[in-house]
Design a protein around this ligand. Structure first.
Ligand code: CTP
Ligand code: MG
Length: 228
């Protein structure tokens, strides 16, 4: 039997949100952002268990105010994050030991649909690595340090990658461990496997699958919740 694990990352500081508390504990319609994220994976028939990665000093708060408060099940482990997202992922991956497929997902991305989870798993099984995302709506330009444009990228081939990013467990664990040994830093997990020449299949996510990053995302997030 295949075992599929979701590693949910919630150990960041949320500095761009400029709130008093970590952004994933801020509320949308009276419930914490992280609750919605966890609920999506708990309710998915494609997910067997969840590893939650939280900051050391927020472990108790999170257990009490999110996990216990909303009866979140399927939690296999709650582990401590690191000082970078990459470190947090590796801690989560180690705790996910025993699964065949792992989905790595931002705790701050609460509106992921079940079809996105389903497709990510399907493509990870076929190709070893997959990530969802959307076509860029904006024209993206390059700006130099003096503020001048140095060019425009071709919008037709630009893809804004989201999470979940889904992998065969052996592939992603090996790549992350190698990245530590070779001192390679990456801002997301597809970059890590690409670095070691693995192909990553990109498939359609959703414009609703936003990451809550800055204060205006809270306003958009409430509207997305209304529409769901
Ligand atoms: N994350 C993590 N451990 C870190 C850094 C980030 O688990 N050391 C998680 C965050 O909690 C978030 C996700 O990775 O769910 C995406 O990161 P981001 O949106 O950048 O969140 P923060 O790093 O918390 O925010 P900021 O960069 O504004 O400080
Ligand atoms: Mg960050």
């Amino acid at each position: 039997m295949n075992n599929t694990c979701a590693v949910i990352l919630a150990a960041g500081k949320g500095s761009r949100m400029r709130a008093e508390i970590n952004k994933q504990f801020l509320k949308l319609k009276e419930k914490p952002i992280l609750y919605y994220t966890l609920k999506s994976f708990c309710e998915s028939e494609y997910i067997d268990n969840i590893v939650l990665v939280v900051a050391k000093n927020e472990k108790d708060y999170c257990s009490k105010n999110v996990i216990n408060e909303y009866n979140i099940n399927k939690i296999k482990a709650i582990v401590e994050g690191g000082s970078t997202r990459q470190e947090s992922v590796l801690n989560g991956l180690r705790a996910a030991k025993g699964c065949d497929i792992v989905l790595i997902h931002d705790g701050a991305r609460p509106f992921v649909q079940n079809s996105i989870i389903e497709n990510g798993i399907k493509y990870a099984k076929t190709y070893g690595a997959s990530a969802c995302g959307v076509n860029s709506k904006d024209t993206i330009k390059l700006r130099d340090s003096n503020g001048f444009s140095t060019g425009t990228l071709d919008r037709n081939i630009l893809f804004c990658v989201q999470t979940p990013q889904c992998f065969r467990y052996d592939v992603i664990l090996k790549c992350h461990e190698r990245a530590v040994l070779e001192d390679i830093q990456a801002t997301d997990d597809t970059m890590i496997v690409e670095r070691f020449n693995h192909k990553v299949y990109l498939y359609d996510g959703s414009y609703n699958n936003i990451k809550i990053t800055t204060p205006e995302d809270l306003i958009i997030g409430e509207k997305i919740l209304d529409s769901m």
